[in-house]
Write a protein that binds this ligand. Structure first.
Ligand code: CA
Ligand code: CA
Length: 334
């Protein structure tokens, strides 16, 4: 059967469905593939290891976080905010710009601390290092945080990579500058996130000495504090790196494995002080632009810093999933 293009689809359906000679009529709906469309997805062995070669090393099938099985349930939700305590983040990266937390209680650029949290115009987070709201200073300085953020939440689209929880929001909390970051600023960042109700913090940093102040801040943060075990190839039980090695129930300390499932040569380890190992070698993620060109703004990095956001991404998916099923569960109980 053929109809005039000028005829409305709804009218055609109504006409035909009204006929006793017709059982039913439906439009020929268009469906989209559920496959991941990000062109660099095959490089993300930590999400799906098919045994593909990454930077010259052939992987072992199945050594991954089984991201696709989780995605069948959830990709996270935009009401779930993940704090990234790190360097700054290139928040204008096309993979990240829609994924950055917005402080709706703050009016941009009016010079007033509208939400009275002690920070003026903190619209998307805070730069504790420079004491201002600039979350991206320059490429080299904020390379690390940009890479970490991408692993957690890079947008699922038709460019580049995908994050593990691509529907969550990232709260950039910069406390590391060109020469590292002060513990006092890290503590301020933890407090900031706590006040804003953040429940998951990614901490791909470490060093320094055993500090009661930092330990207390983490202990009282009410967060799952996911921290890099460190890259000194040492036993953290005897040579602890903080904050990962603090003995606190809410710290998840993360070692690194490679794409064959072995501990990375650089990774710290420790039966008592390390909780989990995650993909941290040959990890492709977002980086700051090269003179405004975002087409090449992706690089491979190694480190427990890269393993940590894999765990954070999984934690975000778990939290989103629990949140999703909870109303159903409580109905069942009542
Ligand atoms: Ca404020
Ligand atoms: Ca993408």
């Amino acid at each position: 059967m053929k109809f005039s293009k000028n005829k409305k689809m709804a009218d055609v359906l109504k006409e035909l469905n009204a006929s006793s000679n017709v059982e039913y009529v439906e439009p020929n709906y268009v469906y989209q593939p559920t496959a991941v469309t990000d062109p660099l997805y095959n490089e993300l062995w930590g999400l799906k290891n098919t045994g593909q070669e990454i930077l010259g090393q052939v992987g072992k099938k199945g050594i991954d976080i089984s991201a696709e099985a989780a995605w069948a349930n959830t990709k996270g939700s935009s009401s779930l905010v993940i704090g990234v305590i790190d360097t700054g983040i290139e928040i204008n990266h096309p993979e990240l710009k829609d994924r950055i937390w917005v402080n709706t209680e703050e009016i941009p650029n009016d010079g007033i601390d509208n939400d009275k949290n002690g920070y003026i115009d903190d619209v998307n987070g805070w730069n504790f290092y420079d004491k201002n709201n600039k979350l991206f200073i320059r490429g080299e300085e904020d390379f690390h945080g940009t890479h970490v953020a991408g692993t957690i939440a890079a947008k699922a689209n038709k460019i580049g990579v995908t994050g593990i929880a691509p529907n969550v929001k990232i709260m950039p909390l910069k406390f590391i500058g060109p020469y590292g970051g002060y513990e006092s600023d890290a503590i301020a960042a933890i407090e900031y996130a706590k006040v804003k109700g953040v429940k998951i913090l990614n901490n791909s940093w470490g060093g320094g000495e055993n500090s009661q102040a930092l330990k207390d801040a983490i202990k009282n943060s009410g967060t799952l504090f996911i921290a890099a075990a460190g890259n000194s190839a040492e036993n953290s039980d005897t040579s602890p790196m903080y904050p990962a090695a603090y003995d606190l129930p809410n710290i998840l300390s993360v070692a690194s494995i490679n794409n064959t499932g072995n501990l990375s040569y650089f990774s710290n380890y420790g039966a008592k002080s390390v909780d989990v190992a995650a993909p941290g070698e040959g990890i492709l993620s977002t980086t700051p632009s090269v003179e405004g060109d975002y087409s090449k703004a992706y690089e491979y990095l190694d480190g427990t810093s890269m393993a940590t956001p894999h765990v954070t991404g999984v934690a975000a998916l778990v939290k989103a999933h629990i949140h999703h099923i909870l109303p159903f569960k409580s109905r069942m109980l009542s």
